[in-house]
Design a protein around this ligand. Structure first.
Ligand SMILES: [Zn+2]
Length: 155
């Protein structure tokens, strides 16, 4: 399928600041062997988070795929991105692979959930006009909304 050139990527700094307050709440997932490298388990984790948040954010009418990607598929210093087509309500979210994450396991899982919510907020805003000039403002708003949603969800 061909996507329009609608995309967003978020920078590592905001998420790193955020996850530090969440890392204690991520589940340990009970995995024995080098779990950080178990991409299948983590693929299921992010797919589950996508499903939960799609429901919460009333985005079930969107066909959204999620995949783990290596760092060289993302913009430098970002943890994820999203491409969408509002006409057909399809989107793909890329999340940084555990192979390239530089965080402890629980912190990484919490951070991946931040990425999922962050990219879904971008989809909520997808029908608004966007420009190169509005990107930074949108990014700030998306980070604030994401933080608020996650605080609510974890209370
Ligand atoms: Zn973003």
């Amino acid at each position: 399928m061909t996507y329009k050139l609608s995309a967003a990527a978020h920078a590592i700094s905001a998420a790193v600041l955020f996850f530090t307050s969440l890392s204690g709440t991520a589940s340990a997932a009970g995995i024995k062997k080098d779990p950080k490298l178990d991409e299948a388990v983590i693929s299921r984790y992010v797919a589950d988070k996508l499903s939960v948040w799609q429901e919460r954010m009333n985005l079930k009418d969107w066909d959204i795929r999620i995949q783990l990607v290596r760092a060289d598929k993302l913009e430098p210093k970002t943890l994820g991105n999203v491409h969408w087509d509002t006409d057909v309500k399809k989107a793909t979210i890329d999340v940084l692979s555990p192979l390239d994450y530089q965080l402890p396991y629980n912190a990484m899982l919490a951070d991946m959930e931040v990425t999922v919510v962050h990219e879904l907020v971008h989809i909520e805003l997808a029908s608004l006009p966007r420009s190169e000039a509005s990107r930074r403002t949108e990014e700030h708003a998306v980070n604030e909304i994401t933080a608020a949603l996650l605080r609510l969800a974890r209370n």
